[in-house]
Design a protein around this ligand. Structure first.
Ligand SMILES: *Cc1c(COP(=O)(O)O)cnc(C)c1O
Length: 391
């Protein structure tokens, strides 16, 4: 049976790239202005000012012109100098992966690691910082997406601030889908992007920078300048009367403005609530079908993605391929260490709508049944609906 008039998916319920909001697509289709046209320079400043209201850093947000891996690599290269001692908090594939970028300028890298189905305990961070007063920078990933787990970032931020170290946080897949900003978590360098919970395509990095982080980057002789990796070059670029270091991604900026307008009009708390409700419905449905989430405890589970443990005897790639072929639903795999061990359902931006949890649950149930692992789809749907109706 063909479910669609083409080979395109019907539902993209992934953890990024995500389906973009229709208003974002219209924004992307706006006229591409010359970057030094006063109208575009005014747009860039306006977008930066709207971003500032949600990033809540001490200074104006910096936009870098490439998807968030650029922001992460630039952050490491700019903030971390040769003499730094970095404590990297590792509970998943992204936080572990940050180590390679952190080591680039020759800093000493220490690691506090927990299994990839758990989260970082702020008390452990405090213990390590007390034992190593020479630690200058602490790095964490708020939502380690390939595990679907959320670190208690504000509590960790308070511990880091008390120690006096700088706090660098990858908030790429949590920002815009739950409460997280530079002020509430005392983050000195927050890295995010519009291509997860803000519902834009990949193409930009967004950075929230504290006064101390600017001072540290400026003092770092190894911080990139005159480079695609430079943050310093972009410090004043938000101002309509200042030049860009190089051509910004004009269409992506227009798309971001549409996303921010949607986000602010709906209201961040309301947006976060529908992400949380979608995830809660999804977890309840999985549980009612006898399936397990990846997170060791439900309180660790993310509101912006649900990771389902692969049932015994099921090939995870075959499961996703079956979901895609039978129902036109696209889900995400694990990555690195979690590849093959879990399947992820994204609840990000436009797909953070509770009924999409029901779509994912029914598609998973159908595919699992086809692969010989029958589950009670009715119980799963009823459990999800109960959560949605109580929400
Ligand atoms: C998506 C994501 C990034 C950006 O990396 P991709 O190249 O888009 O995979 C970085 N960090 C986290 C935690 C992410 O979820």
């Amino acid at each position: 049976m063909r479910y669609a008039p083409s080979d395109l998916p019907v539902f993209t319920l992934t953890t990024g790239p995500v389906d973009a909001y229709p208003a974002v697509l219209r924004g992307l289709a706006s006229t591409v202005l010359y970057d030094y046209d006063p109208a575009f320079q005014a747009t860039y400043q306006r977008v930066s000012e709207k971003l500032a209201t949600v990033v809540k850093a001490q200074t104006m947000p910096v936009i870098l012109q490439g998807e968030p891996v650029l922001g992460l690599e630039a952050a490491a290269a700019s903030l971390i100098g040769a003499d730094d001692v970095v404590l990297n908090l590792v509970n998943g594939v992204y936080s572990k992966g940050f180590e390679g970028w952190a080591a680039r300028n020759g800093a000493t890298i220490l690691e506090l690691a927990v299994p990839y189905d758990r989260v970082i305990d702020p008390a452990e961070v405090a213990r390590v910082l007390t034992a190593r007063p020479d630690i200058t920078i602490v790095a964490a990933c708020h939502h380690d997406t390939p595990s679907g787990t959320i670190n208690p970032i504000a509590e960790i931020g308070a511990v880091v601030a008390a120690h006096g170290a700088l706090f660098l946080v990858d908030a790429v897949s949590s920002f815009g889908g739950m409460m997280v900003d530079a002020a509430s978590a005392q983050i000195d360098l927050l890295i995010t992007g519009p291509n997860k919970c803000l519902g834009c395509p990949p193409g930009l990095s967004i950075l929230g920078v504290s006064n101390r982080a600017w001072a540290t980057m400026k003092a770092n002789k190894l911080a990139p300048r005159g480079s695609i990796l430079s943050i310093l070059d972009w410090e004043d670029a938000w101002r309509a009367d200042k030049p860009f270091p190089f051509t910004p991604s004009v269409a992506e900026i227009n798309g971001l403005e549409a996303a921010l307008d949607l986000y602010l009009a709906e209201g961040p708390e309301q947006v976060w609530a529908r992400h949380a409700l979608t995830a809660a419905a999804c977890r309840a449905g999985l549980k009612a079908m006898g399936l397990a989430i990846w997170a060791a405890e439900e309180s660790f589970a993310s509101p912006t993605a649900t990771a389902m443990r692969t049932p015994e005897g099921i090939d995870e790639a075959e499961l996703r391929a079956t979901v895609r072929a039978r129902y036109g639903v696209v889900l995400s795999s694990g990555r690195g260490e979690t590849l093959g061990k879990l399947t992820r359902i994204g609840h990000m931006g436009p797909t953070a709508q509770p009924l999409y949890a029901v779509v994912a649950l029914t598609a998973l149930a159908g595919a699992l049944g086809a692969l010989g692992h029958s589950v009670d789809v009715g119980a799963g749907v009823a459990a999800a609906l109960a959560v949605i109706d109580a929400g």
